[in-house]
Ligand binder design. Structure first.
Ligand code: FES
Ligand SMILES: [Fe+2]
Length: 357
């Protein structure tokens, strides 16, 4: 495995991270960096997705600049070919050197996403990916999705999503100008899952919500529950009902998935999907919803995260002693759990190395 030069950062390696939309992985090499390691993604002749280290073991050229030949990728520099298991399968210049192989990462596809496992391939069980399938194969929902490169550490993006109180200040177009006056916040966690649950009682129906809200009422009850799964995959469910109505009586459901993958210590990949259960055949509305979501993330959240990253510089988050608000309980717990998991993984791999020595 190879790394890009960057600030000293630890990641959870034995976990599934969103690497690409399925259709991005094709017979043309796709170069992408995860956890500071350059990776090349492509498909073999059976259509199976492959992920190899994007650095030729000969003179370290990027394999992604080469070409796919059958099930192999050919290095653009001196032509060594590496098969889908990462082993060298062809050398124009003589016998195949035994040591010539490019690390192969485990990869699987689910929900239209190719997921990469950056740790030990023998620990890469598919059931280690939590369920994000609520709407992706459900014809009650219309789905939109997008991708955004983020100029900030992935945990800053997770903080942003777990603390939805920022919407009142950062997303004026959503129109929830006084939402904190109507809201109740609760956090709970279990294992490596954290829930941040917001309830907005009797809040005004904003022009944005009018797009989905077909009732004549001017106020509504809204629930926004966001679930974090270590290391950085989130599921948000927004439900709206008439005032006095319960969550089960919600008429408008807007679920969404948010997959954050570290690129480097200061940049991240953000894959998102959102859905709605109203006017699902209205494609113009789907496009408007996609653009509106993209606009909020790209022009409001991301620039703020980038500025936060800039202000933090190379400092560790905790070393800056961030002020803790009651609404930070979910983000704080998620950070705590992730730190614990990373430490546990590090000590396990240390003892495995010692046992093997
Ligand atoms: S650098 Fe790849 S074959 Fe020489
Ligand atoms: Fe936001």
């Amino acid at each position: 495995m190879i790394s890009m030069p960057e600030a000293k950062t630890s990641y959870l390696r034995n976990a599934w991270y969103a690497a690409a939309w399925s259709e991005e992985v094709s017979r043309t090499p796709l170069a992408r960096t995860f956890l500071a390691e350059p990776v090349v993604l492509f498909r073999d002749t059976n259509g199976s997705p492959i992920a190899l280290a994007d650095r030729c073991p000969h003179r370290f050229a990027p394999l992604s600049k080469g070409k796919i030949v059958g099930d192999a990728i050919e290095c653009p520099y001196h032509g060594l070919r590496f098969g889908s298991d990462g082993n060298c399968v062809h050398n124009y210049h003589g016998p195949i050197p035994k040591a010539a192989s490019a690390h192969r990462y485990a990869l699987m596809e689910r929900y239209g996403v190719a997921w990469i496992w950056m740790g030990d391939a023998d620990k890469a069980h598919e059931d280690r990916l939590p369920d994000f399938g609520t709407f992706s194969n459900d014809d009650r929902f219309a789905v939109a999705r997008g991708y955004l490169p983020v100029s900030g550490n992935y945990q800053l993006a997770v903080d942003n999503l777990l603390d939805l109180t920022h919407a009142q200040f950062l997303h004026p177009a959503l129109g929830n100008a006084n939402s904190s006056e109507h809201s109740v916040f609760k956090m709970n966690s279990e294992g490596s899952t954290v829930w941040a649950k917001y309830f907005f009682e009797g809040e005004p129906v904003t022009p944005f919500k009018r797009m989905f809200w077909e009732s004549a009422s001017d106020t509504c009850n809204r629930w926004a529950d966001i679930r974090w799964e270590a290391p950085s995959n989130l599921y948000l469910e927004v439900a709206t009902s008439e005032c006095g109505g319960s969550r089960e009586e919600a008429v408008v459901l807007v679920p969404s998935s948010h997959f954050l993958t570290p690129e480097t210590s200061k940049t991240s990949h953000y894959f998102w999907m959102n859905a709605r259960n109203v006017r699902i055949d209205d494609e113009a509305l789907t496009e408007m919803f996609r653009q509106g979501t993209d606009n909020a993330f790209r022009n409001e959240d991301e620039p703020m995260i980038a500025l936060v990253q800039e202000r933090m510089g190379d400092n560790d988050f905790a070393s800056l002693k961030p002020v803790f608000l009651s609404t930070d309980r979910a983000a704080g717990r998620a950070r705590q759990i992730l730190t614990r998991l990373i430490e546990a993984e590090r000590s396990t791999s240390q003892s495995e190395t010692e046992r093997a020595a």
